[in-house]
Every structure is written in structure tokens, then in C-alpha cells.
Design a protein around this ligand. Structure first.
Ligand code: C5P
Ligand code: MG
Length: 193
């Protein structure tokens, strides 16, 4: 038996991953780990040797090498002392997926993938709106176009991979946050651990 149970949370930029993860933590007692947040923290950490590399990828909407991201995730999992995790924004491409499988097979079981499906235009509108207050270096139109390209070309195939394994629960991410959460609850209620 693996030590950890994991639900991956995927969807385009602004699809509502973070918002719904907050709801899930409140009602279902998972530990929420956002790969993007962990990378932003590492970027800010004085003495980090990865700061510049991470910032380059974030601005470009490209994906940081999995060794960095997976180590941050694994350390956070170990330090939490808990065993149920919502991992948001990961795996984003084949490098992420392969690196995860290499490092975490037998350590963590992926039980479900929550996929928030949201059109490109809604993603852009939400992130531009968020950009007014988020202070994020990538909530601008130029970075967003790149992020959406990465999502379409690199992340969608990962969702398809998990769909073939019958692990994907797909939600319409364009509904209101409350409506989406009602759908999320239905999906998670079938998830007994
Ligand atoms: O998920 P979030 O929108 O916070 O991710 C922001 C950025 O962090 C991504 O566009 C990407 O550059 C980086 N990231 C990554 N690998 C991940 C998750 C995020 O490189 N698995
Ligand atoms: Mg997020």
C-alpha cells in the first residue's frame, strides 16, 4: 500500500483550480499543494539556485523541469504529516508525468483527476481580471497566450492519458464557483478512502 493518496487537479489558467481546492480543503480535509505556488515560493527563497530558472518559465508559460517541481511536492507531502493530498497544477506535461511516475510509484497512489474544463476566452478574461490585483508576473495577455498554448499542447495529452485510465472527473469550469463546487462534491463523494 502506498503511503499517500493523491487527487490531481488540472485545467487551464483561471479555470478555478485554486478556488475549488480551497472549498475541498474546507469540506473534505485534504492537504492542498499547488505546484505553481510551491514554485513561486522557491523562486522567492533567498539562496535558491533555481530562482531565475523558475521565473523564466513562469513568465514564458513554459514548464519547469520535473526534478525541481516533484522534489518540492514530495518535501511538502512529507513535512505535512498527512496522507491525502490535492495536487493542483501538476502534472502539466510528459516530463512532469514521467518524473512523477519514476519518483512516486509505490509512494503515492493517484486516485482521481479533477479536470475543470473552461474555454480559452473565459480563462483569458478571468486571468486578466485577476491580474489587476494578483501581482503575478504571468497574469498578462502576452504570458497568458503562452500559458494557454502550453496547456493545449502539453497538458491536454496528460488529461487524455488519465482519461484512458478512467481516472478523470470532468467539470464544467465555466459555471459559478458554487455550481462547480456542487459538481465537485458529487465527484468526491464517490471517493472513499
Ligand atoms: O498553476 P499556476 O497557474 O499557478 O502555474 C503558474 C506557472 O508555474 C505555470 O505557467 C508554469 O510556468 C509554472 N508551473 C510549472 N510546472 C507545474 C506547475 C506550474 O512549471 N507543474
Ligand atoms: Mg493556482
Amino acid at each position: 500500500m502506498a503511503k499517500y493518496n493523491v487527487v490531481f487537479v488540472l485545467g487551464g489558467p483561471g479555470a478555478g483550480k485554486g478556488t475549488q481546492c480551497e472549498n475541498i480543503v474546507r469540506d473534505f480535509g485534504f492537504v492542498h499543494l499547488s505546484a505553481g505556488d510551491l514554485l513561486r515560493e522557491e523562486r522567492q527563497r533567498p539562496g535558491s539556485k533555481y530562482g531565475e530558472e523558475i521565473e523564466g518559465h513562469i513568465k514564458n508559460g513554459s514548464i519547469v523541469p520535473v526534478q525541481i517541481t516533484c522534489s518540492l511536492l514530495r518535501r511538502a507531502m512529507e513535512q505535512s504529516g498527512k496522507d491525502r493530498f490535492l495536487i493542483d497544477g501538476f502534472p502539466r506535461n510528459k516530463d512532469n508525468l514521467d518524473g512523477w511516475n519514476d519518483a512516486m510509484t509505490g509512494v503515492a497512489d493517484v486516485k482521481m483527476v479533477l479536470f475543470f474544463n473552461c474555454s480559452e476566452q473565459v480563462c483569458i478574461d478571468r486571468c486578466l481580471d485577476r491580474g489587476k490585483t494578483s501581482g503575478r508576473s504571468d497574469d498578462n495577455l502576452e504570458s497568458l497566450k503562452k500559458r494557454i498554448h502550453t496547456y493545449t499542447s502539453s497538458t491536454m495529452p496528460i488529461i487524455d492519458h488519465y482519461r484512458a485510465l478512467n481516472l478523470v472527473q470532468e467539470m464544467n469550469g465555466e459555471k459559478t464557483p458554487d455550481e462547480v463546487f456542487a459538481d465537485v462534491k458529487k465527484a468526491l463523494d464517490s471517493f472513499k478512502l
